[in-house]
Design a protein around this ligand. Structure first.
Ligand SMILES: Cc1cc2nc3c(=O)[nH]c(=O)nc-3n(C[C@H](O)[C@H](O)[C@H](O)COP(=O)(O)OP(=O)(O)OC[C@H]3O[C@@H](n4cnc5c(N)ncnc54)[C@H](O)[C@@H]3O)c2cc1C
Length: 391
């Protein structure tokens, strides 16, 4: 048995010929339109604008959104988006491409699920066709884990909300047309939070690029400032005070996407390490014949197997609408620990070769931390799991 990216994936009885057909189609697209250019785009700090239109042409942007607004939802389950994140990771991207090209995956659901019909019509088709972009602004300079304590305010003034405050670490914000934003419309705590979608061209909205980052260079991260921004009240999502529910509703999709990406990154590291270990000779034999190196590889596969098995159980529960959110939160930790372990061991096996840009493992190693922190950090995931388990 070989250990390639594909052969190291455990058989999954829930994947149908339709899922595999989607993988084939997507892989062709990624190999032709992304893989040859990705290193350059990452160095340059952004994807080319025409990629969004190309992604819409193969249905990549529309997956899982309502057909009424230009989406593709018929027969689409969690496995389609898992395949997307897996195939994007295969080029050696620990979430950077997804957090740019597919950032509407977290910015748009609040609109698609909770906006007024007029606002859905304005925003959803424009984003799904690749013409416009939307991002998600929850985290603030004062912190991201303690969502219930956000400080950006929205004060009702007739048919408007006056928004003041700022959001930071916002992926895709430099080129977004809208930002789905958590604001405080009421008193302290979760019940005082609302969600509102803010057009980024309104007076008083400004943004600064955060472009000196450890990883995710391609994803146009920014700090966004709101200075007395007059936002028409029709952009409020759901009802005042329901923002926390809107935010929580978003998290599980984001976490499953990150989990698939992290598991696939671990497999990229495994494949790169195995190829190198078979080729590179030290002390008269290939690295793969030294016991220490063989055991590193076996242990990588052991952790990848465990993550994949766990993913299958959680995915099946999601499809059956019986997901246990504590198990899902713990799965995110399992996946980030696996990615971190495999990135470290692959780096070690590659030796100096992994210290050079252009190596997939070099980038993945730099992109471990954002996965272990973003979308709910390991500590917060364990806390969520503990409370779901009734502790
Ligand atoms: C590249 C990048 C892209 C991002 N993109 C987005 C985006 O698009 N939109 C968005 O809204 N946010 C985004 N984020 C923000 C991300 O969600 C936050 O970084 C994350 O939620 C953690 O918040 P924080 O960085 O403020 O850390 P803090 O909340 O200040 O926490 C710092 C550390 O303390 C730990 N900690 C906090 N509270 C506890 C506790 N009670 N017990 C134990 N440990 C605790 C945390 O786990 C963490 O390790 C992004 C971040 C990065 C780095």
């Amino acid at each position: 048995m070989s250990l390639t990216f594909d052969s190291a994936r455990l058989p999954n009885p829930d994947l149908t010929p339709e899922h595999e057909e989607w993988r084939t189609q997507l892989r062709k697209f990624v190999d032709a339109e992304i893989a040859p250019y990705f290193d350059d785009w990452d160095e340059a700090g952004g994807l080319p604008p025409e990629l969004w239109k190309k992604a819409a042409d193969i249905g990549l942007l529309q997956l899982g959104f309502d057909e009424k607004y230009g989406g593709i939802s018929e027969g689409i389950d969690v496995y389609y988006s898992m395949i997307v994140n897996e195939e994007l990771a295969r080029v050696g991207s620990g979430g950077g491409i997804a957090s740019s090209l597919l950032i509407h995956g977290i910015g748009l659901p609040p609109v698609a699920n909770f906006a007024k019909e007029e606002i859905k019509q304005e925003i959803v088709p424009a984003v799904l066709s690749g013409e416009k972009r939307i991002c998600l602004g929850i985290t603030e300079p004062s912190g991201g884990s303690d969502v219930a304590n956000i400080k950006t305010t929205a004060v009702r003034d007739g048919e408007y909300y006056i928004v003041n405050g700022s959001k930071t670490f916002i992926s895709g914000a430099m080129s977004a047309n809208w930002i789905s934003t958590a604001v405080r419309t009421g008193g302290e705590g979760a019940s005082g939070i609302s969600m509102i979608t803010i057009p980024m061209d309104l007076e008083g909205v400004s943004r600064t690029a955060l472009d000196k980052k450890q990883g995710w260079w391609v994803s146009e991260t920014a700090t966004v400032y709101f200075d007395n921004v007059r936002v028409p009240a029709k952009y409020l999502l759901a009802q005042e005070g329901m923002g926390f529910l809107v935010i929580m509703n978003n998290f599980n999709g984001e976490r499953m996407a990150m989990i698939s990406c992290m598991e696939a990154c671990a497999r990229v590291c495994l494949e790169e390490a195995v190829n190198w270990a078979k080729e590179r000779k030290t002390f008269g034999k290939p690295l793969s014949k030294h016991q220490v190196i063989r055991h590193k590889i076996a242990q990588m596969k052991q952790k990848i197997n465990a993550t994949q098995g766990y993913m299958q159980i959680v995915s099946r529960a999601i499809v059956a609408n019986k997901a246990n959110f504590g198990d899902l939160a713990n799965l995110k930790v399992q996946a980030s620990e696996t990615m971190e372990f495999c990135a470290r061991e692959a780096s070690q096996i590659l030796g100096g070769a992994c210290y050079l840009r252009g190596s997939k493992v070099e980038r993945i190693y730099r992109e471990v931390r954002v996965n272990a922190i973003g979308g709910g950090s390991e500590e917060i995931m364990r806390e969520l799991a503990a409370s779901q388990y009734g502790l």
